[in-house]
Design a protein around this ligand. Structure first.
Ligand code: EPU
Length: 419
């Protein structure tokens, strides 16, 4: 297994571009199942999760072409299979995103039931309950979700809990349902708005994405489109933290700051100077030690759970004590044990982490357990004394495009060690 070797202590400076957003791209790739025409997706990030999603569509019979501009053309006109096999679903839970489109377009789907994962049990009951309200018949058999519907019918649906991919699944399914669907208690993440924009460009009629209530008037069919994947707010946030923990100064181009206002606000509370345009963010730590900052994760527009592990590192080297409450996932503190092995002083009890800042942390051999946990270990390696080796970096390759290249461009010293 490949590893990353990080020599800590370099201050980051310079400018990088933000890549396309993984969590916007995954539902958009699934949405291509909804029409018989070609869909062109531009600015897709080169990530393992994107490859897995294409592998899934390919296994069902979609045709996927990559051209010289790195644009992907996807055609699902000749889809033969409606099954997402366990081999793929177990490597990427977002495979569940094909459920809504398959049901709406082909009237049936068979998807392996995702199990637990490193950050929590992550059930899909909200997706299934809501699809039943659209008229789908759903059975769980031999570890698979078996769903069918002659024709989905619009309904008033209130999610029993806020779910990002659940909202996306239902939004996609309802585009081809008969009549009007109203979804309430929905997720309001920017990726929900992105997906609605893409579906509307395919001829769907979706209003209210980004608010508490989404209204979808079903249409007969959807048509092809060309769509640009917006920039990845979590990637941008992670690099901003990299600058903060190395007391550096960097600019990230191509990102709309409105997508990470809470993150910017919290970074300012650590003492960072942050300026932004409509399309870029500059952070300058002015060589200062970060101040501690309390965090409580919650659905958008509150502080994202996907930035919690990275903020654990800022607090771990801060000039004081901070509290982090993780309210979205029940088990998202796996990085803490590894951070403590590097000299951090963090105590976890339930969903609360008490972080006492220390003057220095030290390089160690550490192991990544999930995507954002791996990011936090790399950030810790950047500001640790000596060398850090991060093992199991396949997690990081799922969600960060060329991370060591981008960080090295900013002045880091990271080498990818072959397996
Ligand atoms: N939940 C249920 N039942 C459901 C669905 C969700 O109980 O049917 C619970 C989950 O267990 C969790 C909470 O509701 O405790 C929120 O989960 P949600 O469904 O919103 O998460 P998701 O859609 O599976 C997406 C992102 C995650 C991100 C979360 C929260 C994608 C592909 N994934 O997951 O991204 O953490 O929303 O913002 O969009 C990552 O990129 O590292 C990542 C994990």
């Amino acid at each position: 297994m490949e590893k990353l070797l990080i020599k800590g202590g370099n201050t980051l400076s310079g400018k990088i571009n933000c890549s396309g957003a993984k969590n916007a791209a995954l539902p958009m790739i699934a949405a291509t199942i909804l029409c018989d025409q070609k869909v062109v997706l531009r600015n897709l990030p080169y990530l393992q999760d994107i490859t897995t999603m294409f592998e899934l569509l390919g296994s069902m019979g979609s045709e996927i072409l990559l051209d010289e501009n790195m644009d992907f053309t996807i055609s699902s006109a000749n889809l033969k299979d409606i099954e997402a096999r366990y081999e793929l679903v177990k490597t990427m839970r977002a495979s569940i995103l094909v459920l809504g489109p398959l049901l709406a377009k082909h009237g049936k789907a068979r998807i392996a039931l995702p199990g637990g994962c490193a950050i929590g049990s992550r059930p899909v009951n909200f997706h299934l309950d809501a699809l039943k309200e659209l008229g789908a018949e759903i059975n769980l058999r031999n570890g698979y979700i078996e769903a069918s519907a002659k024709k989905l019918r619009g309904a008033n649906i209130r999610f029993s809990g806020i779910t990002v991919t659940g909202t996306e699944n239902l939004m996609m399914a309802a585009t081809l349902a008969e009549g009007k669907t109203t979804l309430s208690n929905v997720a309001k993440e920017p990726e929900i708005i992105d997906l609605a924009n893409m579906l509307n460009s395919m001829g769907a009629d979706i209003q209210g994405a980004g608010s508490d209530k989404i209204i979808i008037n079903g249409v007969e069919n959807l048509i092809g489109t060309t769509f640009d994947i917006p920039a990845d707010r979590i990637e941008a946030g992670t690099y901003l933290v990299a600058a903060a923990v190395t007391k550096g100064s960097i600019t990230i181009d191509g990102i709309d700051p409105n997508r990470l206002m809470r993150v910017i606000e919290k970074l300012r509370n650590t003492g960072a100077n942050i300026e932004h345009t409509d399309n870029s963010i500059t952070i300058d730590m002015d060589k200062d030690c970060p101040q501690p900052v309390d965090i409580t994760t919650a659905p958008f527009p509150e502080f994202p759970t996907d930035m919690q592990a990275q903020f654990s590192v800022i607090n771990a080297i801060s000039d004081g004590t901070a509290n982090i409450y993780e309210t979205v996932f029940e088990n998202r503190f796996m990085h803490i044990l590894e951070l403590n092995r590097m000299g951090c002083d963090i105590t976890v009890k339930g969903n609360h982490a008490l972080i006492k800042g220390v003057k220095s942390i030290y390089g160690a051999e550490v192991m990544a357990t999930d995507l954002r946990a791996s990011a936090s270990l790399i950030l810790a390696g950047l500001c640790a004394k000596g060398e850090t080796v991060v093992d199991r970096i396949y997690h990081i390759d799922r969600g960060y495009e060329r991370i060591e290249e981008k960080l090295n461009y900013l002045g880091a010293d990271i080498v990818r060690l072959p397996s």
